[in-house]
Ligand binder design. Sequence first.
Ligand code: C5P
Length: 217
Amino acid sequence: MIKKRFIKIAIDSPAAAGAGTLAKSISKHYNLYYLDTGKIYRMIAYIKMKFPKQFNQAFLKKKIRSIKTKDLTNKNLLTDEVGTEASIISKNKNLRKLVHSFQVNCAYNPPKKYNGSCLDGRDITYKIVPDADFKFFITASVKTRALRRYKELKNFNEKISFQNVLKSIKKRDKNDFNRRVSPLKRTKDSVLLNTTKLNKRACFLKIKKIIDRKLKS
Ligand code: C5P
């Protein structure tokens, strides 16, 4: 029997490594509040693309204050262009400060009906939830990630090519791993999971085993 207690799970990963799918299934299984933090940066990128003239700190502050979970499910956020723009704007320290407290609040004060929280992103394990009960770094080969993203994006834009998706994943890796502010990195206390040769179920079971072992001890 799994003990009931407040659980915080932090996941970092490069683009399209399967972290989102995994985080969703883990959150459902343990009844955790799930936040895909990439969606927040995507939302800001989308706002910038849509309202370039109004895009300033005050406008953004107002928008961030009024974020609703359902805003993050907007399908327009899923495009490759928005993802690339997100990796550019997310280098900005002031912008990151603006979303920091929103993310921290989701992690530490999720709605009462949940047993805890699960956040995924690039800086979750060391900046947003440094005291998480479970930390994971999810990765996969760049080609596998590009192929997964290509299949996803095909649903939106039939003209997209695999080579272009591969190029944009590489560009995003470069931006995310090498930036000065909150770079993507694997912390020493994060469990590494390479999903290149694993299907969704196998990934879920591996993570579940690690969580259950600690919860039972
Ligand atoms: O996870 P996703 O691919 O949707 O994230 C889009 C971009 O947002 C990433 O490439 C990254 O630059 C940025 N991001 C970030 N910090 C996070 C989550 C996402 O900088 N915690």
